[in-house]
Design a protein around this ligand. Sequence first.
Ligand code: SIN
Length: 533
Amino acid sequence: MPDVPRYLVPFHPKRVPHFFTDVLIIGGGLAGLRAALAVKPELSVVVITKDSVLQSNSHYAQGGVAAALGEGDRFENHVEDTLVAGGTLCDRAVVERVVREAPRRIGELIDYGVRFDRAADRLALGREGGHSHARIAHAMGDATGKEIIRAVVERVEHLPNVELWEHTFTLDLLTRDGVCRGALVWNGRHGKTAIWAKQTILATGGAGQLYRETTNPEVATGDGMALAYRAGAELRDLEFVQFHPTVLYIAGGSRHLISEATRGEGAWLVDRHGRRFMTDYDPRGELAPRDVVSLAIVSQMEKTRHTNVYLDMTHIDPQRVRSRFPGIAAVCAEFGLDITKDRIPVRPGAHYMMGGVTVDLEGRSTLPGLWAAGEVTSTGLHGANRLASNSLLEALVYGAHAGEGASAAAEDIHDSFHAPEIENPRVETASEPLNMADIGNSLKSLMWRDVGVRREAETLTDALENIEHWSRYVQVRQFAEPPGWELQNMLCIARLMIEAALARQESRGAHIRTDFPTLDEDRWRRHICFCRM
Ligand code: SIN
């Protein structure tokens, strides 16, 4: 099947407004904002986000930021836990660097005004699956992301060199002579605009919206990965999608995350008969790594012929439950559940993409002029399965390094800006209107059914054939608004994810093949990479 077109929309350099900046940051979550804080104040920065800065996975994060700060804990323990969860596709040098920087990055957040929860005179540290020690710094109980984003946005808004463009969709990276020169963006006020930048940082987050069941907000449509791919940057590890074990499952309700920290506080997983089942599957019980817990839940749902299992906190001190999880308590109360008395119906949902744009230790992608940070990347920290609460940490570390690196590189470019002549002609392919919502829903159901917690060749092949068919008439169109572009981006990434999932004939971390149930280190201790030629 033909690859995706290079650019999503037609444009002509003489017919679009041009804007010039030293550093362009695409994405307004924690990684992008932290990058903005790292750019030297004498350089100009534009931060683009397709919704408001409050719509990112970072904002919705509940758990917290992992750091070996507790009594008896050490960096080595955090390194080891990360490596055990992610397996041999983790890059040890990356893991060590990120883990060692964790206390400093949390200290920076405190300086920015983040109010982490405290116990006596120290940070209160929670526990989550796969962690051998309590080491999760959290804020406002279960509203850690919201509190961090509040403080960081406030800080960024006070920087005179940084402009924040909200509600602006990034269509494509602009490249010339194999170098990234900025991006073509769109918003309802100005239409298409070419932003020419000396250096560009991608921090657009993940692609959870590819799945019918997901904890991710609507903005997580894989745009950054797709536009990096179209521009020629390398992507890798796309078969590794983390399914969070406990997503609220109530007909008609939002798929709200029920934080793993609940199990860290002693919550149980029980089936429809009220029976605890996790130790049937793993001796670590409810605190086993996420891939293990998600698979156990799916198996128990099948065994008991029920649509979900339940999270039970009724045996924990109600006062403690309410103060530690005020957000979860409020959401459940809207559906008539008192979490101190009622069991919460849950099942797994797509949560986090381990794969993405390949970057080096400093956040440099394989495309010169393009840097990346946060969930959009594959850094080598997470391997085949991310350890809980290592993602906000990664966003902080790589946001800071990518910001510093892009800043230094932009300072080294002395020639004055000129807009390279790039254009993409209009192509007329079809007159039939497309029902985009229909294709989008079909795609999400297909991905959930065939590319979900468990995979096998037959259903993956079937999924790929469907995606290729839809792509044949969707990818050649030129849409005029975000829903069409998002659909094209989702189809682009879905195809690569399925190709990678089909190719990896083993089970590793979050990639579970029922037809290849074991780990195959000899053949598959390697990354699957994609690069558009
Ligand atoms: C959670 O609170 O369970 C999510 C934390 C994470 O995904 O790291």
